[in-house]
Design a protein. Structure first.
Length: 106
């Protein structure tokens, strides 16, 4: 059984026991339980994609860790003008562990 969930404007395919890296969830602390909205649930041969049924299904996840991703260097350069700019960025992520995907009510 797996589900497609939405978090931070992105979609992730998750199953029970998976540890997934999503954009930072600022309101949650490590060890908290959070619910993510579901876009699709696949249970064997049964695929649930009806939005009315999925509105009641929330995937339970536990916050494992908050961390930063790899550093990205952004360099801007224009020839013959002396224009150079250097900027760095490290995206903040939250590691989550999927603890439960409820079955769709028939």
């Amino acid at each position: 059984m797996y589900a497609i969930v939405r978090s931070g404007g992105r979609q992730h395919k998750v199953a029970v026991g998976d540890i997934v890296e999503v954009d930072k969830i600022p309101t949650a602390k490590v060890g908290d339980t959070v619910e993510l909205s579901t876009l699709l649930v696949v249970d064997g041969e049964a695929v649930t994609s009806d939005p009315w049924v999925l509105a009641g299904i929330k995937v339970q996840v536990e916050i494992v860790d908050h961390h930063k991703g790899a550093k990205i260097d952004i360099l801007r350069y224009k020839n013959k003008t002396g224009y150079r700019r250097r900027q760095g960025h490290r995206q903040q992520y939250t590691a989550i562990k999927v603890t439960g995907i409820p079955a769709a009510a028939k």
